[in-house]
Design a protein around this ligand. Structure first.
Ligand SMILES: NC(=O)c1ccc[n+]([C@@H]2O[C@H](COP(=O)([O-])OP(=O)(O)OC[C@H]3O[C@@H](n4cnc5c(N)ncnc54)[C@H](O)[C@@H]3O)[C@@H](O)[C@H]2O)c1
Length: 350
């Protein structure tokens, strides 16, 4: 078991990696516990829930709405919750995002923590204090920053995760490596076989290294005014692909990463051989799909929260392991999208 602390001016968070439910008993209140979970997780892990009021949302991205958060707040009120109540999100990234938001909205904020059950949430979504819901096709446009008091990542829970969701989590692990740690990238690629077989020893070690990257970035920029932006690598195109093609988050981000890497080459920021390195690894991990960008992608990007007037801050690569942030004009992005889609069309017709 490993522990990492994220201490920021806005709050403190204890990450417990490779722990079990026993490690959090002393961290929970004796009464006033509200557990937010989803239909799948409650079916599999309901027996492991600590004593408290259980609120179950439908599994899946469709539950990430303000209506669902409002409904959870109403249920808490009806069940007698007050400002001393404690929210425990028990599930994957969707549960963590909505439980974190509910906790930060209810009576202007109550204590909260997570038991993180999917690979994607263990390496990314449960860590760092971002909460959020979607507004129609716009991802995570409503949200807050609020650090969970603790995050328990019991890796043995990953054994029940469907393969498609496991692969999605691998995408975010690759993202952490690609933006900051070339060695982790090579180790992830070399361990692809054992990872797919869910070798918990190897997985635990790689999760720890990926989480350390996220934790160190969050510590130095908790409110995403600077360096934390690199964690959004792959997200600008990825979010559009996720809603357009209804694909798992990590798969969309992987596709978004490879397109952003191609943009980095197109802009002259990164040599082509580095792009190929990434492409081969993501292909081998089964994380790439053959898709073009939707025709309205640039207008979607311009309304994304990272947009400002007629340009957006874009995370590009210098090499595998080194991300940079550049401001790109929307017309320039449109030119790249035209280039990318024409190339796709040509390769599909061959
Ligand atoms: N707040 C952040 O910083 C942040 C970062 C990255 C991603 N996210 C968000 O996270 C979400 C994606 O997270 P996700 O991939 O975990 O999705 P998810 O929460 O929908 O979980 C994926 C599926 O796996 C099931 N599941 C979860 N744990 C399980 C387990 N142990 N065994 C069996 N089934 C299990 C869920 O019920 C669901 O059907 C997206 O909405 C994304 O925007 C947030």
């Amino acid at each position: 078991m490993n522990q990492i602390r994220i201490n920021t001016a806005g709050g403190k968070s204890l990450l417990i990696l490779g722990g079990t439910m026993e490690h959090i008993h002393g961290l929970l209140p004796e009464k006033g516990l509200f557990i937010i979970t989803d239909t799948n997780v409650s079916r599999i892990y309901g027996d492991a829930f600590p004593p408290g009021e259980v609120m179950v949302i439908e599994a899946g991205e469709k539950s990430k709405t303000l209506d669902v958060a409002g409904d959870l707040c109403r249920k808490m009120l009806e069940a007698g919750a007050d400002r001393s109540s404690f929210v425990l999100g028990f599930g994957g990234g969707v549960v963590c995002d909505i439980a974190g938001l509910t906790a930060s909205l209810f009576m202007r904020g109550v204590r909260h923590a997570f038991v993180s059950t999917s690979l994607l949430s263990q390496v990314d979504a449960s860590i760092g204090g971002k909460t959020g819901v979607n507004l129609g096709e716009y991802k995570n446009i409503i949200g807050t920053f609020r650090q969970p008091e603790f995050v328990l990542c019991d890796h043995s829970m990953l054994a029940t995760l469907p393969y498609e969701e496991f692969r999605s989590g691998l995408g975010e692990m690759y993202k952490h490596a690609v933006i900051r740690d070339r060695n982790l990238f090579f180790d992830l690629s070399a361990s692809a076989g054992q990872l797919t077989g869910r070798d918990l020893q190897i997985l635990g070690d790689l999760i720890l290294r990926a989480v350390k990257i996220k934790a160190s970035v969050v510590k130095s920029d908790p409110l995403e005014n600077g360096i934390r932006r690199i964690l959004n690598f792959g997200h600008t195109f990825g979010h559009v692909l996720e809603t357009h093609y209804s694909i798992p988050h990590g798969v969309a981000i992987s596709q978004g990463m490879i397109i952003a890497a191609e943009l980095s080459v197109w802009k002259g920021e990164m040599p082509h051989n580095e792009f190929r390195l990434l492409e081969i690894a993501l292909e081998k991990a089964g994380l790439l799909m053959d898709c073009s960008l939707p025709s309205n992608v640039v207008s979607r990007i311009s309304r994304d929260k990272k947009g400002e007037a007629d340009s957006v801050r874009f995370v590009l690569l210098r090499s595998v392991g080194k991300a940079i942030v550049r401001r790109l004009h929307l017309t320039e992005i449109q030119s790249f999208v035209n280039y990318y889609n024409e190339k796709k069309l040509e390769s599909q017709s061959q």
